[in-house]
Design a protein around this ligand. Structure first.
Ligand SMILES: [Zn+2]
Length: 87
């Protein structure tokens, strides 16, 4: 019985030290309040996310996932009256 071989393979390798910008001026770091101003390195509107140069994953709902695994809650400026509950 071999049931442990169905482990899912992640397509995104985890890097503890992502390469910093290859351009000037450098993008704001992922722990900066200005992190969303970093350059886009990947944009997937059909999937609802973008990858910024500083390693931040920016989601369509303005939520963010930082390189260190920290999650920033969506902070969209409109529809503030609605509170979404995760299933
Ligand atoms: Zn950059």
């Amino acid at each position: 019985m071999n049931t442990s071989s169905s482990r899912r393979t992640l397509t995104t390798p985890q890097r503890k030290n992502p390469p910093m910008c290859q351009h000037q001026p450098l993008c704001p770091t992922s722990d900066s309040a200005d992190r969303e101003a970093a350059r886009l390195v990947a944009h997937h509107p059909e999937q609802g996310w973008s990858l910024l140069c500083n390693g931040v994953l920016l989601f369509e709902d303005t939520g963010e996932l930082l390189p260190d695994g920290q999650i920033i809650a969506p902070h969209r400026p409109r529809e503030t009256g609605q509170v979404m509950t995760a299933a």
